[in-house]
Design a protein. Structure first.
Lengths: 330, 338
């Protein structure tokens, strides 16, 4: 097995449109997903997390930078050359209502994925579909039904079964539980955890929900306005966040703890437009610690040791570091 | 001689509310047992998953059930008016409710873009509202509109008043909705998932704004949400709905610390932050098996099919909402069992 990470993004940049309406969706993003690792991408709307997911799968072409799969650059490959790789990377979508063809039975929805790669032909097809449905907690009989006969959680299970049909190494899951009720969300989170351990899957897990991200991910990338603010282990990011934005995101997340003090420091203002991102550090316009230096240049990701990296020019000792005792059970 | 003061009626008291919708395939009853109170100057959170009937309940209070298919088929919605008298919104009729709606009772929704008029400036929309309810002339009304935009912390209110909804961000639109709701000094604000469509840093701003206005104006808030984190941030008391019924009501600390209904406990336990480490070292969330029930008319407890503590008696008879402590009610026959 090669030593290179399963997926590696290097200096990945994506712009949409043309000046003066050029949208800076993703700017100079680099990180790697190792084999069997669950990496979380967290950020608010406009942070570029979904765009990164689509770039990683070559569903979009990057403006600049490189996407490597097992060390091989794939950003220039033709759709035809990508075909064998497509089997190894799959996507799970947010909306289980929009991502399943309403006119197809479940057997065809999953079967299409098999057919596309010539897997489980002929007599092997039906048992394979049944096995996949059971793997995601459904029953073999469900194969003959249509999507509308299922609840949201069950549909998400079908979407996961379809992604798993081709035995991928990497799944990009874009907000896979955000459209589900809390009680159902827990079922799908547990299913993804279970599958990941059983199948050794790597998952690029995209979510705006830090609680879910913390639970399922080994490492977390925090994004703001298309740029990486901080990368570290789930524990480092959620317990000892170093970037003022990560700290603000944690402080703003509602905690199911009514005895926590309700008065908190809030971030002011809105996320700036990606048409005109601020110069220097993109977070400086809302940062409680911003100084004039912050507008001078884009702060590089500094290594703090233990693979914890932060894009802030401040010495971390100077950053007012609140504690997050209520965050998570741990 | 001691005088015992008559107990003050709450601002809003819903008693045994039942709502029926007529459909092609017969009547459905999405809400069949809602009992809850909102006190003056306090926030009651109404929590539930999709299909639990929480939004239908709020529409019933506002007299906004879709006509002619939806109607209140039972119970009472008692509202204490500014004048001090109590009216039953369930029987007051469209005319009666119209004098209260937007005036004494205001509502904000999840998606402000669909609630705002896209072809009117935000200043015009607030002006229209205050002229309708407060009989102000044009320039006074515009001054009031700008005052309201400042109240909800919209910077540069004079210029913002001339903008259209599409020119604003989601958070700003929700602030405009709140400005509209606040423009006639309502005594009760009904907020139906007002922060669900917003990013967390913006959600925190809007929650803080609603809190500030509640304190400054002494209004009661009925806050409808599916998010228990938000409940913990904003509520004084909490009513939990499941399949068309309130299954538990208690103070916010009590409901998180000592939930008595198995559904309430299970809902709290399935939050990611409550994940427990299993024997293999992995953190697992305690999920509730099955899917959210619709308000079907089975004889027993609605949660019984998904309940880990269900006994035979649970399927036999429908439990009532019974008091189990001070300001704490539970709809479960086994609440006292260990």
């Amino acid at each position: 097995m090669s030593k290179a990470p399963l997926l590696e993004l290097r200096g990945l940049t994506k712009h949409f449109g043309k000046a003066p309406k050029l949208v800076h969706a993703v700017e100079d993003v680099s990180f790697a997903v190792r084999r069997g690792e669950v990496l979380g991408l967290v950020g608010e709307s406009g942070s570029g997390k979904s765009t990164i997911g689509r770039l990683a799968l070559r569903a979009l072409d990057p403006t600049a930078g490189s996407v490597r799969f097992e060390g091989e650059p794939i950003e220039h490959l033709s759709q035809r050359a990508l075909r064998p790789l497509r089997r190894r990377m799959q996507m799970v979508f947010q909306d289980p209502y929009a991502s399943l063809n309403p006119r197809l039975r479940v057997s065809s929805i999953i079967g299409e994925a098999l057919d596309a790669h010539g897997l489980a032909p002929g007599a092997a097809r039906a048992p394979r579909i049944a096995a996949l449905l059971e793997m995601v907690g459904l029953q073999a009989e469900h194969a003959s039904r249509f999507p509308h006969e299922f609840s949201g959680g069950q549909r998400q299970r079908i979407g996961i079964a379809r992604a798993l049909a081709v035995e991928p190494d990497l799944i990009v899951a874009d907000e896979p539980v955000s459209a589900l009720d809390v009680s159902v969300q827990a079922q799908i989170v547990n299913l993804l955890q279970d599958l990941r351990h059983r199948l050794g899957l790597a998952i690029l897990f995209i979510s705006h929900d830090l609680d879910v991200i913390e639970l399922v991910c080994d490492r977390i990338v925090v994004l703001y306005l298309g740029r990486v603010m901080e990368i570290g282990t789930a524990e480092a990011i959620c317990r000892t966040p170093q970037h003022p934005y990560t700290q603000a995101l944690l402080a703003a997340s509602p905690r199911p703890d009514p005895d926590r003090p309700r008065e908190r420091r809030l971030l002011q203002g809105d996320i700036p437009s990606p048409l005109t991102p601020p110069s220097g550090c993109v977070f400086r316009t809302r940062c409680p610690l911003a100084s004039t230096e912050c507008s001078a240049s884009v702060p590089p990701l500094r290594d703090l040791g233990g693979n914890h990296r932060v894009a802030c020019i401040r010495d971390t000792a100077q950053i007012d570091r609140p504690t997050y005792p209520q965050h998570g059970e741990r | 001689m001691t005088v015992v003061p008559a107990s003050m009626p709450p601002l809003l008291e819903i008693r045994s509310l039942e709502v029926t919708f007529r459909t092609e395939t017969g009547d459905v009853v999405p809400v069949r047992g809602v009992d809850l109170c909102v006190e003056e100057g306090r926030t009651t959170a109404l929590v539930g998953e999709s299909g639990s009937g929480k939004s239908v309940t709020s529409l019933a209070v506002m007299g906004l059930l879709p006509r002619p298919f939806g109607r209140i088929s039972g119970g009472a919605i008692l509202f204490k008016r500014r004048a001090g008298d109590v009216v039953d919104l369930a029987s007051v009729g469209q005319e009666g409710i119209r004098t209260l709606r937007g005036n004494e009772i205001a509502m904000i929704f999840q998606e402000p873009m669909t609630s705002l008029n896209p072809v009117m400036t935000i200043g015009e929309q607030i002006t229209e509202q205050v002229r309708l309810h407060m009989a102000l002339d044009g320039s006074t009304a515009m001054r009031r509109a700008i005052e309201m935009l400042s109240l909800v912390e919209i910077p540069d209110a004079v210029n913002r008043a001339t903008e259209y909804p599409h020119q604003l961000s989601g958070g700003m639109r929700q602030r405009v909705m709140i400005a509209l709701a606040m423009s006639c000094n309502p005594r009760l604000l009904i907020a139906d998932e007002p922060t669900t469509a917003l990013d967390v840093t913006i959600q925190a701003q809007i929650l803080a704004l609603i809190e500030r206005l509640r304190k400054e104006h002494g209004m009661g808030v009925l806050f409808i949400t599916h998010n228990l984190g938000v409940v913990a941030e904003i509520a004084d008391s909490v009513s939990v709905m499941y399949a068309g019924e309130v299954v538990e009501t208690a103070g916010v600390s009590e409901i998180f610390r000592e939930p008595r209904h198995p559904y309430t406990g299970a809902l709290i336990d399935c939050l990611p932050v409550r994940a427990q480490r299993g024997a293999d070292g992995r953190r697992v969330v305690k999920a509730i098996p099955g899917t959210v029930a619709s308000a079907v008319s089975a004889p027993g407890c609605k949660f019984e099919p998904r309940c880990t503590r269900a006994a035979e008696a649970c399927a036999a008879a429908h439990p009532i909402l019974e008091p189990v402590g001070l300001d704490h009610q539970v709809r479960c026959i086994r609440w006292s069992e260990p």
